[in-house]
Design a binder for this molecule. Structure first.
Ligand code: F6P
Length: 549
């Protein structure tokens, strides 16, 4: 029997938790049509604004009483103390005994953030200054390749947080990028990823940024080794590595062991989680693309949201409300997923980025003290695609399926690529989808359109499907920083309510260990004894070996 068996999570026995659960039951019959009809001020009352983000929660299934009850629950769960503990550099990642200080990465020079009595802000700015000097040299054509050619292509090699943040940020901020440089991102250990990324690149003009917090990640090292071989095959001189490889890592020893000079390494710290690292040196490719000044604007946007999160009243606090709504929808209303639907092509990779941020953080089944959670649901599944593409794919299910899928719509007032009517068409679709989801179309309205009776139920939209809309003026580096920080802190809020540790990721370990055990069984020449595998896995391995031969 596990030590925690028999213990129940204390969260659900809080009176404040019960009050939210009772409220969910008591209001379950209310529809968004009712709620809007009975309160003409609802759209104003449930809209919030900070850091350039206007957030409309009025199409969520909440009444006037919902946010106050959720805020009381947050207080009862000790959210204030948890926020203060994070910003104070306490070791709140208890299972790894680490501080959690991505907020220090964007702190201005004048701030002090202490970890074990040491101010970490000067170190952050020192690395930023080194990154800036390096980026200026590459972008200015001063840093040359081994044969004297200018660097024209940057390939970031990394996975998880060492890939998703960089690729999301590059895609989002492409408008601001140096168009004379080509950027590629290689993450998958599937050789196709590397082969296709470099197919049309010239090794003499290519710089690899090997990004890995630990510098032990199997996929990243395999890709980095292939990059090394690809470079040497063309340039035929070990000395070329120094001109074509830089590393971003916390692990200087492994970087040196790989063969990259630690002078060409940009460091960060164990208090930066992988999925919270896009604003650390892991953002080197972002800085190479948009330049140090724009990168500073990105950090300023993050910082603005940090200040808001830390200081704003919970009732007006964007990340607090966002996090609480996710808890409300998933834990109390039973929604299993949340869709994130950016109406901006530049945010195409934002849902993928959010998947790691949200689900690797809060996809947990035990509380901080190790108690198994068996009386409430934790993290919902996050997913999404840019609008309007999703409309012609999975929106059917969101409108008329049997499941309730809360949505976050994201859009901008101004396009970075004004082109005829395109932007008005795009945003008309964004607003229309949220409206259709909330208010639907009744059977009587369908009949009034003259529909055949046999089709009435098919053409009826039940409505009452919740969404939030985040509207900002235009996508800038600063705005992106604030948007990402909104979700980072919302994830933190969720973790506090569910009483889980959002900063570890033990769930990724077992698969890694088993894969490392299977590698020699696939590659060896002797027939391996597969007795330690289950029959299904053993049979797959045998079949693979046989096919390879
Ligand atoms: O998937 C597990 C994980 O540890 C992530 O948390 C992390 O972002 C990713 O692997 C990559 O790790 P690293 O930066 O150490 O290569």
């Amino acid at each position: 029997m596990s030590p925690s068996a028999g213990r129940r999570s204390s969260r659900s026995s809080l009176p404040e938790w019960q009050a939210v659960a009772d409220h969910a039951r008591a209001t379950s019959h209310l529809t968004l049509r009712d709620l809007f009809a009975s309160d003409p001020t609802r759209a104003q009352r449930l809209a919030f604004e900070a850091c350039g983000l206007f957030v409309d929660h009025s199409k969520q299934r909440v009444t006037e009483g919902t946010f106050p009850l959720l805020v009381r629950l947050a207080e009862a769960c000790g959210l204030r103390d948890r926020i203060d503990a994070m910003f104070a550099g306490h070791r709140i990642n208890t299972t790894e005994n680490r501080a959690v200080l991505h907020v220090a990465l964007r702190a201005p020079r004048s701030e002090h953030v202490l970890v074990d009595g040491e101010d970490v802000v000067p170190g952050v700015h020192e690395v930023l200054a080194r990154m800036a000097a390096f980026c200026d040299r590459v972008r200015g054509g001063e840093w040359l390749g081994h044969t004297g050619k200018r660097i024209r292509a940057i390939v970031n090699i990394g996975i998880g947080g060492s890939d998703l943040g960089p690729v999301m940020a590059f895609t989002a901020l492409r408008h601001y990028a140096d168009r004379g440089l080509t950027f590629r991102f290689v993450s998958n250990v599937d050789g196709t990823d590397f082969a296709e990324a470099v197919r049309d690149l010239d090794p003499a003009e290519t710089l690899f940024v090997v990004s890995s917090k630990t510098f032990t990640t199997q996929e990243t090292l395999a890709n980095a080794r292939s990059a090394r071989a690809w470079t040497l095959a063309a340039l035929r001189d070990e000395a070329a590595i120094a001109r074509h490889f830089v590393a971003v890592s916390t692990n200087a020893a492994e970087v040196a062991a790989f063969g990259i000079d630690t002078d060409a390494m940009f460091g960060f710290w164990d208090w930066v989680g992988g999925r919270y690292s896009m604003d650390s040196a892991i953002g080197l490719s972002t800085m190479l693309a948009i330049g140090p000044e724009r990168f500073r604007e990105l950090l300023d946007g993050f910082h603005a949201m940090d200040v808001h999160f830390r200081t704003a009243d919970f009732a007006q606090n964007l990340p607090v409300l966002h996090g609480l709504l996710a808890v409300w929808n998933s834990t109390f209303l039973g929604a299993a997923t949340i869709a994130v639907l950016p109406y901006d092509q530049y945010l195409a990779r934002f849902p993928a980025y959010l998947q790691q941020l949200t689900m690797e953080s809060n996809g947990k089944r035990v509380t901080l003290d190790g108690t198994v959670i068996d009386d409430y649901e934790t993290c919902p599944i996050y997913w999404g695609e840019p609008g309007t593409n999703g409309q012609h794919s999975f929106y059917q299910l969101i409108h008329q399926g049997t499941r309730i899928i809360p949505c976050d719509f994201l859009g901008f007032v101004r396009s970075l690529n004004p082109l005829g009517r395109h932007h008005d068409l795009l945003m008309a679709n964004c607003f229309a989808q949220a409206e259709a989801l909330a208010f639907g179309k009744t059977a009587d309205e369908v009949r009034a359109d003259g529909a055949a009776e046999s089709l009435v139920s098919h053409k009826t939209f039940p409505g009452n499907r919740p969404s939030s809309t985040i509207l900002a003026e235009v996508l800038t580096p600063r705005l992106l920083g604030s948007l990402v920080a909104l979700y980072e802190h919302a994830v933190f809020v969720q973790g506090a309510i569910w009483d889980v540790n959002p900063f570890d990721q033990w769930g990724v370990e077992l698969g890694k260990v088993l894969a490392n055990r299977i590698v020699p069984e696939l590659e060896g020449t002797d027939e391996p004894s597969l007795g330690h595998h289950d029959p299904s896995t053993a049979s797959l391995i045998r079949r693979y070996r046989h096919g390879r031969r």
